[in-house]
Design a protein around this ligand. Structure first.
Ligand code: 13P
Length: 249
């Protein structure tokens, strides 16, 4: 049985004092969950969040990193920098980064390799646009993104990766994929992982769903055969909503 993972993606929200208050307030509410809980916070919140989350069941992740180890890349943050303060996870290839910051399947692949090399666990996002879905290309798009993301990565390292299926049309729009559609897309991604790395790794790899996950739809989504939890944007900014999502399964 795969574990359930509920990850929050705060995006460009929350100041350090808000981050610390959020963590202090949610810890007692979720202390008995068996699910893995991750908060992916802005860089400026990382240190404060790590301190506040120490000795709790909340793990902290970043939302991006550069693929080079170091160098003249003004404004960028390296995997080693994240690792040096005990960050555990890092989101890679979020659709907002692909869309607004020109990330490509190639840079996503490079970043995954550097993250693994530095013992960070990547949460790798794939997902189709509405246009691609409506023209019947969704499955092809997400399985190709998965293949290119995993290219050249040792099979033993693939199980360290978490994948997240986030249909772009469902992000921040209030439109959620039906649990059946989301589960089918995630099944297709798992099948691609099986083709590339074998059945055992495909059965082990955690694949999350993201896109307007809310307290009202979390249980149904997370109770399907292949959805192992959620990558939650808007609803991860409120203790009440995020804790309900964590406690829904
Ligand atoms: P929303 O939950 O706000 O739709 O965002 C999803 C997302 O992009 C998480 O990474």
């Amino acid at each position: 049985m795969r574990r359930k993972v509920i990850a929050g993606n705060w995006k460009m929200n929350m100041l350090p004092n808000e981050a610390m208050a959020f963590i202090e307030n949610i810890v007692p509410v979720i202390k008995n969950t068996k699910n893995e809980v991750i908060l992916c916070v802005p860089y400026t919140d990382l240190f404060y969040s790590l301190l506040t989350a120490q000795d709790t069941n909340i793990k902290i992740g970043a939302q991006n990193m550069h693929w080079e180890e170091s160098g003249a890349y003004t404004g960028e943050v390296s995997a080693k920098m994240l690792k040096s303060i005990n960050v555990e996870y890092v989101i890679i290839g979020h659709s907002e980064r692909r869309q607004y910051f020109a990330e490509t399947d190639e840079t996503v692949n490079l970043k995954i390799k550097t993250a693994i090399k530095n013992e960070l666990k990547p949460i790798v996002c794939v997902g189709e646009t509405l246009e691609q879905r409506e023209s019947g290309k969704a499955e092809e798009i997400i399985t190709t993104q998965t293949k290119l993301a995993l290219e050249g990565i040792d099979k033993n390292d693939v199980s360290k990766i978490l994948l997240a299926y986030e249909p772009i049309w469902a992000i921040g729009t209030g439109k959620t994929a039906t649990s059946e559609d989301a589960n089918n897309s995630i099944k297709a991604i798992r099948k691609k992982v099986s083709e590339l790395c074998g059945e055992q790794i495909a059965n082990e790899i955690i694949i999350l769903y993201g896109g307007s996950v809310k307290p009202e739809n979390a249980k149904e989504l997370f109770s399907t055969s292949d959805i192992d939890g959620g990558l939650v944007g808007g609803a991860s900014l409120k203790v009440e909503d995020f804790s309900k999502i964590i406690l829904s399964v």
